[in-house]
Design a protein around this ligand. Structure first.
Ligand code: ATP
Ligand code: MG
Length: 436
């Protein structure tokens, strides 16, 4: 491979009117080959699209010979002349004058990249590197990239500081059994379920507004279309505000993500066949009590104080379109760090953000008062002593604060209307999948 400084390297999508009659350099994979004798057509695919290579025997007899022997999905380097061709995908074709196979692909392929043969999700995930070559699949991760970039841009513009907190920890965030134990030299440790405790300690550290985008680990036994054992969580924590304050940040963030995707990802949305609508603000707020009533009226069983079952959430989402908040949850079913209302301690300053029947985020104003926090940890049956590093931060000037955790994978799933969260994750981890 030489540098070919005299010929411009282009992505297939960059070929345009200005290139007609000129030589361009392309790298990519052989998507398909159609041999008609005197002429052979091949589709060259790179990460930005597909272009037709038209190889005419009379023009380049050696190249057509080499192309015919090239197996699908081999990676190639091509230099050739650009011609207008309305019948070719994208409206242009390349007449190759140089053709080099950089690495020949083995055959048969474990997965058909050209998608002539449909494949089950499991087969696709097993051969994920090939699955990802499919434009439709790659598009998901281009949109995901835009989402992550928008989140970073938006929160940074809002004055949030990006932090990274430990994922190997000594205590459970919320207790419970959803913990992965690991051996840490002579001690037992765990993979963190959430950055919750650390985010709050950072409020005690005076950082005021922080965010983290990082993995959370949950040893949930069940296999569902919206749970993974390793997920990416977008978390914020903000001082001198309450649950309403951080709900406003969250809904503006969601809107910004949609706006940026609509503006910058048209091509990828097209590959996916997905239309997105930018959500209107503010998102409707439904209290837990109202939601229970709606669910009951739809004939679903639920008692006050219970979490919503999947059928209950389905029933609820038939009544409320798009994004909405369920607010003011029973204190009992929310974590110990959620702040109860002063005048009605059985209700807490908590919220879940929903997209249809899918939970995207949970948040709350937090308990910032040391004595109340110790009491609430004990009430949940946990030992306050094992929370020493956390509780200490509340003794020496902890400001009032609030925050939320938003599932990045669920957000992608809901924006792109994917049926399964695994579609939104490059290498998902679930109850049975530990490779690739
Ligand atoms: P669910 O009730 O759907 O199991 P949760 O209430 O246990 O979720 P939280 O602890 O509130 O989850 O975590 C905040 C957000 O992180 C969730 O709203 C969700 O978007 C995401 N999340 C939590 N657990 C998982 C998981 N196992 N897989 C994927 N995303 C998750
Ligand atoms: Mg939740």
């Amino acid at each position: 491979m030489s540098d070919d400084l005299e010929v411009a390297r282009k992505y297939t999508s960059e070929i345009g009117e200005e290139d007609v009659g000129k030589q361009v350099l392309l790298y990519g994979w052989i998507h398909e080959i159609r041999d008609l004798g005197g002429v052979a057509f091949a589709l060259l695919r790179d990460r930005e699209g597909i272009i037709q290579l038209t190889c005419i025997k009379k023009r380049s007899p050696d190249i057509i010979k080499r192309l015919r022997k090239t197996r699908r999905e081999s990676v190639v380097k091509v230099i050739g002349e650009v011609k207008k061709e309305p019948k070719a995908p994208g409206g242009y074709e390349i007449l190759p004058d140089y053709f080099e196979v950089l690495n020949e692909a083995d055959a048969p392929l474990p997965l058909d990249v050209a998608e002539k043969v449909p494949a089950e999700l499991d087969t696709r995930l097993d051969a994920r590197f090939l699955d990802l070559r499919r434009p439709r699949v790659q598009a998901i991760f281009r949109v995901r990239h835009q989402m992550l970039q928008s989140v970073r841009d938006f929160l940074s513009e809002e004055g949030f500081i990006e932090v990274n907190t430990p994922k190997i920890v000594s205590t459970a965030t919320e207790g419970g059994t959803e913990l992965f134990p690991i051996s840490y030299f002579e001690k037992e440790a765990f993979l963190n379920q959430s950055p919750q405790l650390y985010k709050q300690v950072l409020m005690g550290a005076g950082l005021e507004k922080v965010f983290e985008i990082g993995p959370i680990f949950r040893a949930e036994e069940h296999n569902t279309i919206r749970h993974l054992n390793e997920a990416i969580s977008i978390d914020i924590e903000q001082s001198f505000t309450d649950h309403e304050g951080v709900m406003r940040v969250l809904e503006r963030l969601i809107r910004r993500v949609y706006e940026d995707i609509a503006e910058n990802c048209t091509k990828y949305l097209e590959w996916l066949g997905v239309n997105i609508e930018i959500p209107e603000l503010p998102f409707p707020r439904v209290t837990y009590d109202e939601a229970v009533e709606i669910v009951k009226n739809k004939g679903e069983e639920i008692a006050w104080g219970e979490d919503f079952s999947t059928p209950a959430l389905k029933a609820l989402s038939e009544n409320i379109e798009g994004h909405y908040y369920i607010v003011d949850w029973p204190t009992e079913i929310k974590p110990f760090y959620a702040m109860p209302y002063e005048d009605q301690p059985e209700i807490s300053k908590t919220f879940d953000l929903m997209a249809g029947s899918l939970e995207l985020a949970s948040g709350a104003q937090r308990v910032h008062l040391y004595d109340l926090l110790v009491k609430k940890i004990a009430e949940k049956g946990m030992n306050p002593e094992s929370f020493e590093f956390y509780l200490n931060a509340f003794r020496y000037g902890m400001p009032p604060h609030a925050g939320w955790g938003l599932g990045a994978d669920r957000l992608v799933m809901s924006i792109l209307k994917l049926r399964n969260i695994r579609e939104a994750v490059i290498f998902p981890r679930d109850r049975t999948r530990l490779t690739p």
